[in-house]
Write a protein that binds this ligand. Structure first.
Ligand SMILES: [Zn+2]
Length: 231
């Protein structure tokens, strides 16, 4: 596999972006720059409220929603080796089917979950409960704790998630929502291998890459090309 000379092209905002919401403004700058690299600064500038000039704190969460709820593909350094940290790229404007159907608990269910949780994160690791309260500072991850609902079994495995059953939901802080992505299922401890590799460091990714090449019977030649081993 020769390193392809895919030139990294940086995008240019075509704003001003006057869309009503932070998410719509971020969507607009990406659609204006398909296949081009956008930097964190460019995205924040586009996301800034055009009237008040206020920079949104939550721009990264809105960007995540464009992926998870709207089904857009937005690559970062985690998915593409030539992107640097805080660089993002939307390769095309196709949306994944089935996105946006994420089930959420009803308001009543979420109130019941928060009551059970004592308004604290319910993440449990080997009997140790996180217990951070909504609104307090996270001493590990920094920032203010915001509890959000998590379905205990991921929807990909359980399409019948019941928005009315508090037992199927838990309250998690932001840091543990991220940790949760490493598990398909926190009740059985089944790991989400793809997510773990995606969030691993470059050195670890390289190790996995070489392992997979060996596993599937390929070798890397001196010139960087990959060849299937003769049997
Ligand atoms: Zn937590």
């Amino acid at each position: 596999m020769a390193r392809k000379n895919t030139q990294k092209v940086y995008g240019k905002p075509k704003g001003p972006y006057r869309q009503k919401s932070v998410k719509k403004r971020i969507q607009a700058i990406f659609l204006d720059n398909l296949g081009k690299v956008l930097t964190r600064e460019q995205i924040i500038e586009a996301a800034t409220d055009p009237d008040s000039g206020r920079q949104p704190e939550n721009w990264h969460q809105r960007l995540s929603e464009l992926r998870t709820d709207d089904g857009y593909t937005i690559l970062s350094w985690r998915n593409r080796g030539d992107l640097k940290v805080q660089e993002y790229l939307m390769p095309h404007k196709r949306k994944r089917g089935g996105a946006g159907k994420r089930v959420r608990p009803t308001d009543a269910t979420w109130m019941a979950v928060l009551k059970r949780a004592g308004c604290a994160c319910e993440w449990n690791e080997g009997g140790m409960v996180c217990g951070l309260n909504d609104g307090e500072n996270d001493p590990v991850g920094g920032g203010r704790v915001k509890l959000t609902p998590d379905h205990k079994n991921p929807h990909s495995l359980n399409p019948d998630a019941d928005p009315k059953d508090p037992e199927q939901w838990q309250a998690l802080c932001g840091r543990h929502q991220v940790t949760k992505k490493n598990y398909w299922d926190t009740t059985t401890g089944k790991l989400n291998t793809y997510a773990i590799v995606q969030f691993a460091s470059e050195a670890e990714k390289r190790e996995v890459f070489h392992f997979l090449l060996r596993y599937f019977g390929y070798t890397i030649l001196k010139d960087g090309n990959i060849r299937r081993q003769e049997t």
